[in-house]
Design a protein around this ligand. Structure first.
Ligand code: NAD
Length: 375
């Protein structure tokens, strides 16, 4: 196996002083916030954490002190609107269970704050549309936090696919499976999660297929399955298998589950060379290989904190007023496709989607391009 070293990190980001950075309030201080977002703020070049919004004040006060924030920077959910008076909070980052994304996006828009919202954008097309309307009416930006689209390994895979270097792409397969323990987890409650493995991990397969091809699927076919008698899956589905057809002829075959030992990979099969991203959706240690009939090449790509890249892109947009690369529209389109996936599985038939021609129909300007044009 040979190695090819490429730097896709795009870290020519100028490091701004604290006063110049975009300030954020993080809403929801759970696992993602603690383990990934606090370190990402520390590593970011354009973003700073200025307030915490929580349902557990004691826990938040401890975290605030560790982060160098003051007690006055901690708000509870009922006092969210008081952020309006904080000039150093220009944006909120919503990191709550899925069904709460709409409420907090609407509340943030009402007080004039830009919104970075975790995936999935919402639990339905209807909620996603309401979120887009609220942000539009308030003239604030809405970005779906799709870290994968800012990740150097995925950007490299997309470039290899779209440059023609692999030849004609025939098939993409993506798998994202894990075991979900039943500990009163909101992810297993329909009211909070909106669905099962599809909305949580299957969304990585779906969004990556759309991102790597740049195209929009026009047809889906899907099956769902839950192990009979497994009480974890009384309210939400365990597994989903779904196939997407893209206008260029690419077929994307995907599987997600809450009931299988962890595996996250993407395979691209084309007529000149193939790609393998494995692991594909982890926060670190991603690996990308290109193989032909005679050679396997590993692309050694510099890793950069995925959440810091995503945050700094949004901060650049807040400063310039530009539409983000993964705006609300990008999350809404996935919501439409996920509803079609559930319909297909329920009715046992292919479901047709609105046909969109061209590439990157719902995306703003790519971060590297926007960066070059700004400087
Ligand atoms: P979590 O359970 O660890 O944290 C959720 C937070 O919401 C907790 O602080 C909890 O107290 C709070 N909360 C407020 N109201 C609640 C309610 N009614 N029920 C339960 N909790 C409530 O979850 P998480 O893993 O941090 O996920 C939060 C969001 O982030 C989800 O939308 C998830 O899809 C998303 N997420 C994204 C990634 C990514 O890689 N982009 C990774 C993990 C999670």
């Amino acid at each position: 196996m040979s190695e090819q070293i490429t730097d896709y990190s795009g870290t020519d980001n100028q490091i701004l002083s604290p006063a110049e950075r975009v300030g954020y309030a993080v809403v929801g201080l759970g696992e993602l916030t603690e383990a990934e977002l606090y370190p990402a703020f520390h590593l970011s070049a354009r973003s700073k954490l200025t307030a915490l919004v929580t349902g557990d004040r004691e826990k938040a006060l401890v975290q605030a002190r560790q982060l160098g924030l003051k007690d006055e920077d901690v708000y509870d959910y009922d006092h969210f609107e008081e952020l309006q008076h904080r000039a150093d909070v220009q944006a909120v980052f919503i990191v709550l269970p899925n069904s709460l994304h709409r409420e907090y996006t609407e509340r943030a828009a009402k007080i004039g704050k830009h919104v970075l919202c975790e995936k999935p954008l919402s639990v339905s097309v209807q909620d996603a549309e309401a979120m887009l309307s609220a942000c539009k009416a308030a003239d604030v930006l809405l970005m779906t936090a799709y870290r994968i689209q800012y990740t150097p390994h995925h950007q490299a895979a997309r470039e290899l696919m779209q440059s023609g270097e692999l030849g004609r792409v025939k098939l993409m397969t993506a798998v994202d499976v894990q075991t979900e323990p039943n500990e009163g987890q909101w992810r297993l409650k329909r009211k909070l999660a909106g669905g099962g493995s599809l909305l949580d991990v299957g969304l990585y397969c779906l969004n990556t297929a759309r991102f790597l091809t740049g195209e929009e699927p026009y047809e889906v076919f899907a099956y769902t399955h839950s192990t009979p008698g497994d009480e974890r899956f009384e309210e939400v589905e365990e597994s989903v298998s779904f196939t997407l057809r893209f206008p260029s002829g690419i077929i994307s075959s995907n599987f997600c589950s809450y009931g299988a030992s962890r595996h996250r990979s993407v395979r691209v099969l084309a007529d000149k060379a193939n790609l393998l991203l494995d692991p594909a959706f982890d926060y670190t240690n991603l690996r990308l290989k290109k193989d032909t009939e005679t050679q396997v090449t590993e692309l050694l790509i510099k890793e950069v904190d995925q959440f810091a890249l995503e945050l700094d892109h949004f901060s650049a947009c807040v400063s310039s007023g530009e539409q983000p690369y993964t705006p609300g529209e990008e999350g809404l389109q996935d919501q439409r496709i996920m509803e079609a996936i559930y319909t297909s599985a329920r009715e046992g038939r292919p479901v047709h989607l609105e046909r969109f021609e061209g590439r990157d129909v719902f995306r703003g300007r790519a971060p590297a391009q926007a960066e070059r044009e700004r400087s």
